[in-house]
Structure formats: structure tokens, C-alpha cells
Design a protein around this ligand. Structure first.
Ligand SMILES: *Cc1c(COP(=O)(O)O)cnc(C)c1O
Length: 236
């Protein structure tokens, strides 16, 4: 089932990419495995998904540690933190996550820097942007992003790889296009103004209901949960 879902999603990504003249393998699929069992992550890996996303540190640690006892494919999965990260969980988080996508304050970035330094790691991160400016959502406001990047880039043990956003829940995914576009423009602005000494390459945007539109607006990392793990989700 998961395997078939992955095949269908890959076909959909290929279809959008061919319209855009983009290589389908330039889009990273992060299988968001929160609330899913280790067995399901194994199925994902068997279908050649190499990146998994979790939104709770404790749950991720348990799954990560179990998967580390299996074969090479499972041991080399890349782990993404996609949920809000509390500072008291950072110490555990830096041990297992390859990419922390949800950096939403300088305070959090500074703690990641400190804990990464302790274990001699450069922690890759994304800056989360609240592009739709919903009150209940985490992330920097669009007009705070450049200032935040300027500050965070001074931290030696974090590398900013790009930006991430979660689009609002809408009836028609077209309504989210503006938010994806905004994230892409912010990233282009940071790169043009050379706010960071390196280019930001990752744009993490697009989920089950809107990933094709996100790719059209420049996403190169889609975070997919339901469409991979469930049946009965529109997927063709
Ligand atoms: C759950 C989650 C996803 C996946 O959502 P689906 O709609 O199931 O694809 C992606 N990103 C974040 C931050 C999430 O929490």
C-alpha cells in the first residue's frame, strides 16, 4: 500500500516537473511519519524514500533508535524535525536530526548552536516562516525573516540551509499558492542581498493537499504524510 502510494506520488511529481522542465530527483520527498509505526517507516524505506520527518522529539528518538538496529538502508535514513521544538528538547534533538526544519526564534537557534557545539556537530537547520501570519502558527513573520537570518548566521554550529513554511488549511490548494510564492521570494531576496555567506538552497513547502502547487512555486522539498501512509486520499 505504502509502496503504491509512493509510486503514484513520484508520478505526480514527475508530471509537474516535466511541465516546469525540472529534474524530478531535484525534489526531496520527506515522509512525515509522525504517529506512524516503525513498520510503516520500514515500508517507506523499502520504497526508496530516504528522508523521514517527525514532529515530536521523544517519538522520533524511540523510532530512530529502533531503526538504527536494522540494515544499512534504515540506519542511513535522514531525520527531519518538522514540529515546534522546545528548547528543553534540543539536547536530544541534535543527536538524531539531520535537518531541523522548524527554527522559529533566535533563542531556539542559539540553544541548537550550544547543544550542537557540545557534541561537535554543525547542525543543519531551516528557518520556519509563518507566511500566512495565522496567530496559532509558529514561524517568523515574513518581515522578520531577514533580520533573523542575519542574527542566526553568526552562530558557528548551525548552518542555515533554507526556509520552510506550512500553508494554511484551505478548501482549494490554489489559495496557498501566494504563501509558497512569498517563501520563494524571501529566499531569493536573502540570496540576492547575500545575507548569508552561502546560498540558501532548500525550500521546504508543500504537503499532501498542495505539494504540486508548492513545486510549481519553487519547492524542492515536500513533506508528505497522509498521501503516503493512507488509502482513500486523492492521489493520481
Ligand atoms: C504532519 C505534517 C506534514 C504532513 O502533512 P500531510 O498533510 O499529512 O501530508 C507536513 N509538515 C508538517 C510540519 C507536519 O506537521
Amino acid at each position: 500500500m505504502i509502496k503504491d502510494n509512493v509510486i503514484k506520488v513520484r508520478r505526480r511529481i514527475e508530471a509537474v516537473c516535466s511541465k516546469l522542465d525540472k529534474a524530478p530527483d531535484s525534489i526531496t520527498i520527506v515522509g512525515v511519519s509522525k504517529n506512524r509505526a516503525v513498520e510503516q517507516i520500514k515500508e517507506l524505506a523499502a520504497a526508496n524514500i530516504s528522508d523521514v520527518g517527525e514532529n515530536k522529539v521523544q517519538e522520533a528518538v524511540v523510532k530512530h533508535n529502533e531503526l538504527m538496529t536494522y540494515d544499512l538502508r534504515l540506519r542511513t535514513l535522514k531525520w527531519h524535525m518538522v514540529g515546534h521544538l522546545q528548547t528543553n528538547k534540543v539536547r536530544e534533538a541534535v543527536k538524531i536530526f539531520d535537518l531541523i526544519q522548524s527554527v522559529d526564534s533566535f533563542y531556539l537557534a542559539a540553544e541548537i548552536n550550544k547543544q550542537a557545539c557540545r557534541i561537535n556537530k554543525i547542525q543543519d537547520i531551516l528557518i520556519e516562516v509563518n507566511t500566512s501570519q495565522e496567530a496559532a502558527k509558529f514561524g517568523f513573520k515574513p518581515d522578520e525573516v531577514i533580520g533573523a537570518v542575519k542574527q542566526i548566521v553568526t552562530l558557528d554550529n548551525v548552518d542555515i540551509k533554507g526556509l520552510m513554511t506550512v500553508a494554511p488549511v484551505v478548501d482549494n490548494p490554489e489559495q496557498s499558492r501566494q504563501f509558497f510564492k512569498l517563501l520563494r521570494e524571501l529566499s531569493e531576496q536573502i540570496n540576492t542581498l547575500r545575507i548569508t555567506p552561502y546560498t540558501l538552497n532548500i525550500l521546504s513547502m508543500g504537503m499532501t493537499d498542495d505539494f504540486e502547487i508548492a513545486i510549481e512555486e519553487g519547492s524542492n522539498m515536500v513533506r508528505l504524510g497522509r498521501v503516503l501512509f493512507e488509502t482513500g486520499i486523492k492521489n493520481k
